[in-house]
Design a protein around this ligand. Structure first.
Ligand code: MG
Length: 389
């Protein structure tokens, strides 16, 4: 499926502060990362997802800006008083992208999985709507309320708990939202109201919505308790030859030499890429992008780095820090350092304070000292689920 055809709408406009915090639950931090960002990172690491909009309460803009730091997203959409209005505003904002399909997701469900996303999208080949759901485990009793007599027992085999992301044919969902002011708690209900088919696909227990203190505790256990730090290192060297410019840390820099290699020979990004792959014990840059493969000839190395970032995210991990040292006499790195940090942070979707760029000369000794090449070494710190095998 082409990347541009499936849009993502995250509804984060809720004021749900009933967890005893001043901060709405979608912005509470799990392992130092806002709930909304956990969900976003998982969606953005999925190749199927194209345009993204997040609907927020404008009063939460500062929380939002912190949550999406380093991500290249369009400005947030303002939500309405009701969830339905928020979704409608988001769909209208997405309409200019003309997506075929849209996934609508509650920001308070941080643990989205690739598998669920793909099950929902696959079901949309058959029906205009699809909802991830789970069977009900508890026996269901009917009664007027707690403390009142039971009047019946429901057949739970035909009842399911609906989750998100719910998937829809984009035009269909926009149309039903424009036709009704229904304040249903989910979007599938609108299609059902108009007699349009919505099918259930298998959800996931980990997709639970953070609503109660218990949910928050569980989410914290899943993130803070179960992540362990891994450190990887990377080292790379590329030769210098006569030329006009070099590509270093994702920047094109005018120079009287050029770096030689199969790709753009960006020795800085290569060292960081290897450090990330090392932290997740997943081979090296050569095993993912063999120099013998012509498709990598001359490519910009930000692709390698972005790939390593996605590999970390797909394993439920996150990059907490990268530290790079460039070893060369020239060019002088000092004046370039802020732009290098900024570019690396952009590629890794991190804030700049999680990226360090340092430089040293080798006192005119060795190949770097003689200006025959540039060397780079990097360390990357990654948090990975402790049960990652
Ligand atoms: Mg290299």
């Amino acid at each position: 499926m082409p990347r541009s055809k499936t849009a993502l709408l995250i509804v984060a406009a809720g004021r749900g502060t009933r967890l005893g915090s001043e901060i709405p639950k979608q912005y509470l931090k799990l392992a130092g990362v806002p709930v909304l960002r956990h969900a976003l990172d998982r969606f953005l690491a999925c190749d199927a997802i194209g345009p993204v909009r997040v609907v927020i309460d404008p009063a939460h803009r500062a929380f939002y800006d912190d949550a999406v730091s380093g991500l290249d997203l369009p400005p947030p959409v303002s939500g309405g008083a009701e969830r339905g209005q928020s979704v409608r505003n988001g769909l209208r904002a997405l309409a200019i992208e003309a997506p075929d399909r849209v996934l609508v997701h509650d920001a308070a469900r941080p643990f989205v999985s690739d598998a669920v996303i793909h099950r929902v999208l696959q079901a949309l080949d058959e029906t205009p709507g699809a909802v991830p759901a789970l069977p009900v485990a508890d026996t269901l009793k009917r009664a007027g309320g707690l403390g009142t007599e039971i009047t019946g027992t429901e057949d739970r085999s035909t009842l399911f708990r609906a989750q998100t992301p719910q998937g829809f044919h984009f035009k269909t969902l926009l149309e039903v939202h424009e036709k009704t002011q229904n304040i249903a708690t989910d979007d599938a209900a609108l299609l059902e109201e108009f007699g349009l088919a919505v099918q259930l696909v298998e959800g996931a227990d980990s997709l639970f919505k953070i609503t109660t203190e218990d949910d928050l505790f569980r989410a914290k256990q899943m993130t803070e308790g179960a992540l362990e730090p891994r450190v990887g290192t990377g080292f790379d060297v590329h030769r210098l030859a006569p030329g006009e410019k070099i590509t270093l840390c994702g920047l094109e820099i005018a120079h009287d030499r050029t770096l030689v290699g199969h790709s753009d020979a960006d020795v800085g990004l290569h060292a960081i890429t290897d450090a990330l792959l090392g932290a997740i014990s997943d081979g090296d840059i050569g095993s993912h992008f063999p120099p013998s493969d012509p498709q990598w000839k001359g490519v910009a190395s930000d692709r390698f780095l972005a790939h390593a970032r996605d590999l970390v995210l797909r394993r439920g991990g996150r990059i907490t820090h990268v530290d790079l040292t460039l070893i060369c006499e020239r060019p002088k790195i000092g004046p370039l350092r802020p732009a290098m940090r900024s570019r690396i942070a952009e590629i890794l979707e991190l804030s700049e304070n999680r990226v360090s760029v340092k430089a040293t000369t080798s006192e005119k000794l060795g190949f770097a000292g003689r200006g025959e090449g540039i060397a780079a070494q990097a360390a990357a710190t990654v948090l990975l689920p402790a049960d990652d095998q």
